[in-house]
Design a protein. Sequence first.
Length: 626
Amino acid sequence: MVQQVPENISFPNEEEKILELWKKLNCFQECLKQSKNRPRFNFYDGPPFATGLPHYGHILAGTIKDIVTRFAHQSGFHVDRRFGWDCHGLPVVCVISLPTDMSVGFNSPVLLAYQSLLCSHWPFNVTRLGRWIDFENDYKTLYPEFMESVWWVFKQLYDKGLVYRGVKVMPFSTACNTPLSNFESHQNYKDVQDPSVIVSFPLVEDASVSLVAWTTTPWTLPSNLALCVNPELQYVKLRDKATGKIYILMESRLIALYKSDSEYEILDRFPGIVLKGKKYKPLFEYFIQCKDKGAFTVLVDSYVKEEEGTGVVHQAPYFGAVSMIYVSVTFHFFLCTWKTFLLFQDADKNIIKLLKEKGRLVHSSTYKHSYPFCWRSDTPLIYKAVPSWFVRVEHMVEKLLENNAQCYWVPDFVREKRFGNWLKEARDWAISRNRYWGTPIPLWVSDDFEEVVCIGSMAELEELSGVKVTDLHRESIDHLTIPSRCGKGVLHRVPEVFDCWFESGSIDQTRGWFYTLLVLSTALFGRPPFKNVIVNGLVLASDGQKMSKRKKNYPDPMAIVNSYGADALRLYLINSPVVRAENLRFKEEGVRDILKDVFLPWYNAYRFLVQNVHILQHKVWISQAW
């Protein structure tokens, strides 16, 4: 007989009953057991950083993954669903405030206590949300066996000649004290107001005539080594009527300095190529020793455009990739005039003041533009020349595009636009980080870097070093040496660790995990690493800002679940534009409306059906009694 249905229902309570039934019957493990002989459906679950509890971004991705894997299972496949933890890199270091020189291994009490806390909360929260995933057989990127697999991958790349050491201008996080990959630097751009200055550079041949250059990074001016102009565009020599000074700048960029034609008198016109090789007086004396090597000279290149500035570009090779290409001189850090330590942007005011005192400041204002910030510390990045280890990527761009074309993307526009466009501009990947906590790069080198040995396993390291190895973190292997085969004494391990993206992934996946997986699979095996890729958008706070614990601009996910139920939250997320790679402004009212407009009507329809079944049963019983 059909049971009576109560008029009121608590969906969260009903979900708890279902979860208890699943647990009692061991449903998930039983499904895995019964399907083990079926064809396998390979599913990659990018591990979250072990730095906090699940947020709405995790819940969204977890819901999509749960739908895909359940459907695959019900379609006749066996689907392993192992949970993973990303335990390396800056996020973990920042959360538990590890000093950079602290000796911590995977058995560190600090790490174990912290990760034990997370590993107890995550299974509860994820299970409460209704997702089926295997926490009992999870993996962590700090396990020696996992780190050894990373070494194996790197060894394959090294043996293929795809690893090299170089000095390049790289995005650099001053807060984290480490270089970042180019794709990392694109993760967090912000519109900012920066100081904008136009500075004069008197010519050596005639000090009364000055080139004027524009920059939004005054702090780089002490490192100026050259100026660059466009060889084909028109430049003018003019007299400023207010000051009587004579300046040279691009004719189409007169608007950068003047509002009206009446403010200046043009004395001459000529193409930029005329300026090539002209010498000018440096702003500062820090690199005066480089003068005889070609410094403080006007260069020419078509990269100088008409869209902004004065058409005269200030070149600081240490702090700009383009500058470094065209200025080939020796340089060192300058000794700062100001005795106190200043963050690079904090030096702007002092430098502008000094330029004014020197009579070299032509104009000063502010300029709004898009600028990269560190994706982890949220501090502005700088670009500077740093030695790093790289994986060659640029030579296989065509193969990357070919492999990408074989993948099915959801939504499909990501393949050709966001991801495809990114691949076309792919650069060699800087994989080394100047940090302590991470998977060490397995390269042992001589003091002159002429002899390099790449280690691919723990057994190989034991054989070459003669020492038993049980852990691969820095405190366990940095002291190990390898005898030189070339008579160079002993080889020492390089101090860097891997970029944590090399072994896992997070945040914007199209330029992060998806990208690095494609690079590694193409380099190692020549084929794409996946057949199907699902890309979702970002879940933002209701005001369109990034969700922030500090700002408390979003409701606690588990409070939402306890109020409305996990199903209401899941349906709200997957029925939103966020599954089409668009952004979602999360609103609690949206979850409430799912309950009101979807679940309650369903429940009332079911209740109506049951009530009528009872009436029908009652009539049948009466007729049978007669």
